[in-house]
Structures are given as C-alpha cells and as structure tokens.
Design a protein around this ligand. Structure first.
Ligand code: FAD
Ligand code: NAI
Length: 485
C-alpha cells in the first residue's frame, strides 16, 4: 500500500523517488489518520509510566485489543542515553495508534492490587478542578522506573545535582554555568576560583563516567575558548567507592577508560566513599586514609538506583513482595501475588541489569503477549456465554461443537516466557571516544576509541523513536561540531 500511495502522491505510475518517500513519511508523521474510539466491550489496560519500558510496549501494542490509558507525570519519553539534549513526545506514539489511547499527565499515588484500581493526581502547576482521581483496570503495566539512590548521606538531596530527569540536566547546566560566571566575576579570589571550577562527579557507573566525559568536552572544547584565563583553574574529579569504575565492563575497557581520563586530566578517586556534601565541599573517606573535606563548586550525584515510594507501597500490599529488592515477577513478567499486574524495567528485581535495553525488550515482549492474552480472553468470554447457555438448557448441538472448537483454540495459545537477548554494553567516555563490549558469535568483543564512538552514535541514532528525532539529534550533533555548544 505504501508504494501505491507514493504513486498516488506523484499522480503518476513512476518509480518512487527518495524525495517522494521523504515527503510521504514526514506527511504521515505529522498527519496521522482518525483513531477508533474506546470500545466498551474491550478490557481496560492501564500503563503507568512513559519511559523505556512503557514506550516500547506502546510502540508494539495493538490498541484495537484494549481501551488503553497511559498515566505518567511526563508527557514525553526521555531518551536517557542522550539525557542532556533529548526529549521526545509520548503523545506522538499514542496518536499514531489505530484506537485512541488516553494519555493522562499525572502521578500515580497508589495501586490497589486487590480491587484493581490506580489512584493518580495531577502534580503540574495548573491543576484541574479535581486533581485526584481513581480508575479501574483489567490489566496494569507497571513501568515507573526508579529514582536516584542517596543512601541518606547528609547534604546530597540539598546540595548535589542529579542526572535522571530532563529537569536534573537543566539544573546541572544552570549551576555549572553559574560557577563559571561567578569565577569570571571581577574580584573573585584565587581560592574561590579554584573552588568554583572544581567539579565532582560521584559514582563510577556508566552514568557518572558518561557525564564526566561530557563535562570534560564542554570544558575543553567550549569554555576553554570562552574563558581562556579560567582554564588553568578547571578541575574535574570522579569519585567511586569500589576499587574500580565500570564494574560491568571488561577489564581492558576499565583500564582504557582510566587511562583516557588521566590523559584528559580527569582525576579518578577509586576506593573512596563520599560521606557528605555541603554547599561548598564534599566529604571524602578514602579506604586507608582519614576523612578529608575537599572544596568544590558543583557535585553531581550518580550513585545508582533505588525504588520509588509508589513501588515500595505496592510491595507492602502483596505478601510475596515484602522485603524484596524490587518487584518480583515471573517468566511472563507478571507480578508475583498480583497476576493482573505486569511489571517491567528498573522497578523490578531480576537477574538483569537495570538498563534501557532490558526495559525496552520487556515492553516489546509484553506488547506481543497482550495480543495473545486479548485473543485468549475473547475466546474465554465466548466459551463462558456458551457454557451459561448450556447450563440454562438453551444449548444446541452446534453450540456444543463450537464450544469444543473454542477450547482447542484456547489450548493452542501458548504464552512463551520472556527471554532477554543482550546486545552489548556501550558508553561514551569523552574526547570523542567510546567503549563497547559486544557479544559477537557467542564471544565478548571489547573495543574502545573514536571508531567505537561513531558506532555508539549510529547505534543510538537508530534507536531513537521517530524520523523527526533522528533528524533533530543528527542536526544537533553537527551544529555542536561546527559551531560549539
Ligand atoms: P524509566 O525509563 O525511568 O521510565 C519511568 C517512567 O515512569 C517515566 O516516564 C516516569 O515519568 C514515570 N513515572 C515515575 N513515577 C511515576 C508515577 N508515580 N506514576 C506514573 N508514572 C511515573 N540504559 C542503557 O541500556 N543504555 C544507556 O546508554 C543508558 N544510559 C543512561 C543514561 C542515564 C543518564 C540514565 C539515568 C540511565 C541510563 N540508562 C541506560 C538506564 C535506562 O535509562 C533505564 O534502565 C531505563 O530508563 C529503565 O526504563 P523504565 O521504563 O523502567 O524506567
Ligand atoms: P550504578 O549503580 O551502575 O553505579 C553507581 C556507582 O556509584 C557504583 O559503582 C557505586 O559503587 C558508586 N557509589 C555509590 N555510593 C557512593 C558513594 N557514597 N561514594 C562513592 N561512590 C558511590 O549507577 P548508574 O551509573 O546510574 O547506572 C544505573 C543503571 O543504568 C546501570 O544498570 C547501568 O548499566 C545503566 N546505565 C547504562 C548506561 C550505558 O549503557 N551506557 C549509561 C547509564 C546508565
């Protein structure tokens, strides 16, 4: 149908030109067709979240099978690997579905797994008349992710920046530039310049490493030219409690990253625990030496994940979930003790790392499963009607044969368990270099450098959810390359 429409568009039976294809795709992206309304005979599927897991689910979901409602405090999907620069719309994906999907910008505040309800509240500054509401679900996809772990360390929440949401990235940029501008202010003392331009990143996991790499690029590629007189004062430190950074990567890539950081004048303090943060310093406890207070202008906290309160509350309501590290799910991603809830992504406790790769594969799998579940539910519904008719003595021979056929169809619907396929680990480490551990023909292949960086970029560009965003991100990268940030 695509090719014929192309020809319609051209008004001729000509081969498709790339300009015509581009026009057609962009036109379809901007002008999706009319959507089917909700169908009262369908079950209600509520999706909590609009992150990696939920968006991947929505992409694959056949919305003709359900009345789908998405509840998320963010009306966009955050492409976390490119956090400082990219945010794309959830409504884009839902608007391109066959049946309408209702998107509610709100925060779920409670889930009742017994009565199958979700309570949510609008947390935006402009609130509707009744900001809190409750709705019933038949199936719930629970994909609310996680939040940043602070371990209750004093001063972290008050004085450090985080790197989890778009707002965090904006806040960090604002504070970072504020430090630079204050250091450049006439009369600022030498001591104060040194302090303000010392940036500390806490956590040597992939978030901390990528962020340190980005900060380094910003300092070296842009600020060095804007403020040459401040360059000698700029200092970047990465603090990690474990003996090495990036424990999930192979040993040679860990060494490569540490070497690249040293060459880039980034200090790495491994085996060092951050014990506190003040408005002007961090309190460090190296493994074998006493605590020391180090002055700095900015602390970015990237020390891992913890569960959201909503998830902890939900776990407290289900016996099988009490005292677990995250939502415990079975092979079909159903929450133990609450089989109408499917949980995916960072809110779960599985043998997989909490990554976008896992969450998106779970979302895609669940979309396929929900298709089969809808089919099974429809057959079971029909069977129930026939059984009721039979019990009331209204069944004919044809109805009995039909019931037998339906039973066989139901038996043939097999829900396969979820299987994760690891596509490799990739991380940007600054100076146009990236590292990659890739499984190729059953063996781990480690690579680092500029070529890996180009691979990293192309891999993430192709993962972006729409043509529009691919074009915008590619354009943005070119803009930075030619004109700076
Ligand atoms: P999320 O993507 O976090 O989505 C959670 C959603 O739930 C959000 O839309 C949120 O707004 C919503 N929500 C929150 N609270 C509520 C509520 N109360 N009610 C309703 N909705 C709610 N992984 C990789 O594999 N590769 C990478 O390169 C990579 N880079 C990363 C870079 C950074 C800076 C960060 C922070 C993470 C990165 N990750 C990466 C990890 C990856 O982002 C997560 O594993 C992934 O986002 C998990 O998906 P999720 O759907 O579980 O949660
Ligand atoms: P993480 O849990 O991987 O790393 C956090 C690090 O902080 C740990 O190494 C921990 O030892 C350290 N830490 C904790 N408290 C500390 C303290 N007080 N002082 C010093 N160090 C402390 O968390 P991260 O990096 O946010 O990643 C979360 C998940 O997201 C991971 O599964 C990761 O794989 C994934 N991710 C993947 C990326 C990629 O593939 N490129 C990029 C970013 C995240």
């Amino acid at each position: 149908s695509f090719e014929w429409r192309q020809n319609d568009l051209m008004g001729l039976m000509t081969p498709i030109t790339s300009a015509g294809t581009f026009y057609y795709i962009t036109h379809k992206e901007r002008h999706p067709g009319t959507q089917l309304p909700f169908d009262p005979s369908k079950k209600t599927l509520v999706v909590l979240g609009s992150g990696w897991g939920a968006t991947s689910l929505l992409k694959g979901l056949d919305t003709e099978d359900y009345n789908t409602i998405v509840i998320s405090p963010k009306n966009f999907f955050l492409f976390t690997p490119l956090l400082p620069s990219v945010a794309v719309a959830t409504r884009y994906i839902t608007r391109h579905k066959a049946r309408q999907v209702s998107v509610i910008e709100a925060e779920a505040t409670s889930v009742d797994p017994v009565n199958k309800t979700v309570t949510f509240t609008d947390t935006s500054p402009l609130q509707p008349l009744s900001p809190t509401n409750t709705l019933k679900y038949d199936y719930l996809v629970y994909a609310v992710g996680a939040e940043t772990q602070t371990f209750g360390i004093p001063g972290v929440k008050e004085h450090a920046c985080f790197m989890k949401e778009v707002g965090d990235a904006e806040e960090m940029q604002r504070r970072f530039l504020d430090c630079v501008e204050t250091a450049a202010f006439p009369g600022t003392s030498e001591e104060e310049k040194k302090r303000l331009l010392h940036m500390v990143v806490v956590g040597g996991g992939p978030t901390g490493i990528e962020l340190t790499g980005e900060l380094h690029d910003f300092l070296e590629e842009d600020l060095k030219n804007w403020y040459p007189e401040l360059h000698p004062y700029m200092r970047l430190t990465l603090v990690e409690a474990l003996p090495s950074v990036l424990p999930m990567f192979s040993k040679e890539l860990i060494q490569y990253t540490e070497r690249t950081f040293k060459e880039s004048r980034i200090e790495i303090m491994t085996g060092t625990m951050v014990k506190g943060v003040t408005p002007s310093s961090v309190l460090l406890k190296p493994k074998d030496t006493p605590e020391e207070e180090v002055d700095c202008g900015l602390v970015v906290w990237a020390a891992g994940n913890t569960l959201r309160k909503l998830t902890r509350d939900l776990m407290g309501k289900v016996g099988e979930q009490v005292n677990k590290r995250g939502l415990v799910i079975d092979d079909h991603l159903r929450m133990l003790g609450a089989p109408s809830i499917f949980a995916i992504g960072d809110c779960t406790s599985t043998s997989y790392a909490p990554t976008a790769q896992v969450a998106s594969q779970q979302g895609a799998y669940l979309a396929r499963m929900l298709k089969l579940i809808a089919k099974r539910d429809a057959l079971e519904n029909k069977l129930e009607q026939l059984t009721t008719a039979h019990a009331e003595g209204e069944a004919t021979d044809e109805a009995t044969t039909e019931a037998g056929g339906i039973k066989r169809k139901i038996e043939r619907i097999k829900l396969k368990p979820f299987h994760y396929s690891h596509q490799g680990s990739l991380a940007y480490i600054g100076s146009d270099k990236a590292i990659a551990d890739l499984p190729i023909f059953g063996r781990e292949w480690a690579s680092g450098g500029v070529a890996t960086f180009l691979f990293w970029r192309s891999a993430y560009l192709s993962t972006l959810f729409s043509l529009r965003n691919r074009a915008l991100v590619a354009g943005d990268w070119m803009r930075v390359k030619f004109f700076g940030r």
